[in-house]
Design a protein around this ligand. Structure first.
Ligand SMILES: [Cu+2]
Length: 432
């Protein structure tokens, strides 16, 4: 039984991994559609989404929506009756986190995503693969990020003031949708791993957050479930509304980032999304997450999130903003909220200015051995940055950027973090 599972897994991984490689090789010889910061042109027929008859740009990550006006990155092309899309990025970041708990590190966040879809009659079939080399380019211990919490590097100690790397396999998913009529469609999504119907589009896939080289400190309040080993989602689209619900594995990925974790389907979520115009997207969602953290397995979590995203473009300027709220109800444990506001503006595909402000209640800033573990601290962070991108080379964008962060901390944390810590990052990037 175990041996068979292993063979199935190997075949599955080999197939899914070969897809982006194949796509990329193929892309090099294909007539393809370049997407700059404007609209994607697919000739006669407009590219529609995986889950319904609306523009593809409405889809962000998993089954999440963002405003339709969001510029799409990457390349896309048709081959036979399949439509392929490929996009990704790799950053090289020098990370300096200040104060008493600060640290420095050079690391590379990165991911590559390949998608394929084909419509037959009223049915649309889709495949999605997302891979990251972060287990190698960031490593188990993650990168320094003041006030970040969640997950573990060694299965014993929690990560504090560090951001964990993503797993090699971030998404391997199959989708199916059925177009009932112009306004109605029903869809299914199965991912191993994949993203359940919970929270806004993930930070690295929404326009307002994708150029920011660090994870939000509200990640575990909003979008931390984006890599979940075992997700099954059913959804329904009616005009500008979408409702989707998932059963999924509650446990966060473990510290072994190269492999599959065991699927459990012990958690569930539901989300309602409304995109009233092409400029807006809003969602509310609820999740019941069974035993998310490996180090505190008896703690279950309920999560409520609400978010609004706004996208406005003028000529060659694209501006996207997301406001998101999440609340985690830990049982046993504290009820804690997180609030995020982030905004990115891109001028002429060359200059990017971004900012992210967060306010969050954290009770994991001290290790379990410290009496202050479990005590709630209300902390805030503001990051502002700029990226200059060189003219595109084929489809690739090369950029250099910098970012600085400041914090507002309660005075009871002065002796821990220092009185006015600041942090900065300097980075280069390639983006497809
Ligand atoms: Cu993540």
């Amino acid at each position: 039984m175990k041996g068979k599972m292993k063979i199935v897994k190997i075949i599955f991984v080999a197939t899914m991994i070969s897809m982006p490689v194949y796509l990329f090789a193929d892309e090099m010889n294909s007539t393809l559609t370049q997407t700059n910061s404007g609209k994607m042109e697919m000739g006669m027929d407009e590219m529609t989404g995986f889950y319904g008859l609306y523009p593809m740009s409405r889809e962000a990550s998993g089954t999440a929506w963002q405003p339709e006006a969001s510029p799409m990155g990457g390349v896309s092309f048709m081959k036979n009756d399949w439509m392929f899309m490929l996009h990704g990025f790799a950053d090289g970041v020098y990370d300096y986190q200040g104060g008493n708990r600060g640290d420095k590190k050079f690391y590379s966040p990165n991911m590559i995503m390949g998608m394929a879809q084909r419509s037959v009659g009223e049915s649309t079939f889709g495949f999605r693969t997302m891979l990251s080399l972060e287990p190698a380019t960031i490593g188990r211990t993650g990168y320094p990020l003041l006030l970040q919490t969640g997950e573990t590097a060694d299965g014993v100690n929690p990560l504090i003031d560090r951001q964990h790397p993503h797993d090699l396999l971030m998404e391997l998913a199959g989708t199916y949708s059925y177009q009932i009529d112009e306004d109605n469609s029903a869809f299914a999504y199965f991912g191993y791993p994949g993203e359940p119907a919970l929270g806004p589009a993930t930070f690295m896939h929404r326009f307002s957050g994708e150029d920011i080289p660090e994870a939000p400190i509200t990640h575990h309040w909003l979008d931390s479930t984006h890599i979940t080993f075992g997700v099954a989602t059913l959804g329904y689209v009616w005009k500008q509304f979408k409702i989707d619900g998932s059963i999924f594995t509650g446990r966060e990925p473990n510290e072994n980032r190269w492999n599959f974790d065991s699927p459990k389907f012990d958690s569930y979520s539901a989300r309602l999304t409304y995109n009233p115009t092409e400029n807006w997207s809003m969602q509310v969602s609820y999740g019941n997450i069974h035993s998310p953290e490996e180090l505190t397995p008896n703690v279950n979590q309920q999560r409520v999130t609400a978010s609004v995203s706004y996208q406005k473009n003028w000529n060659d300027i694209a501006w996207g903003t997301t406001l998101a709220f999440g609340e985690n109800f830990n049982s046993p444990g504290n009820t804690l909220y997180g609030l995020l506001l982030e905004s990115t503006i891109v001028f002429h595909d060359t200059h990017t200015i971004f900012a992210r402000a967060e306010n969050v209640q954290k009770d994991e800033l001290f290790p379990p051995s410290d009496p202050r573990d479990g005590q709630i601290f209300n902390v805030s962070k503001l990051s502002v940055g700029y990226i200059y991108d060189f003219p595109r080379w084929y489809h690739l964008k090369f950029g250099v950027g910098g970012e600085g962060s400041a914090y507002a901390l309660p005075s009871s944390l002065d002796s821990t973090y220092g009185s006015n810590p600041y942090s900065f990052m300097l980075f280069v990037r390639i983006k497809l």
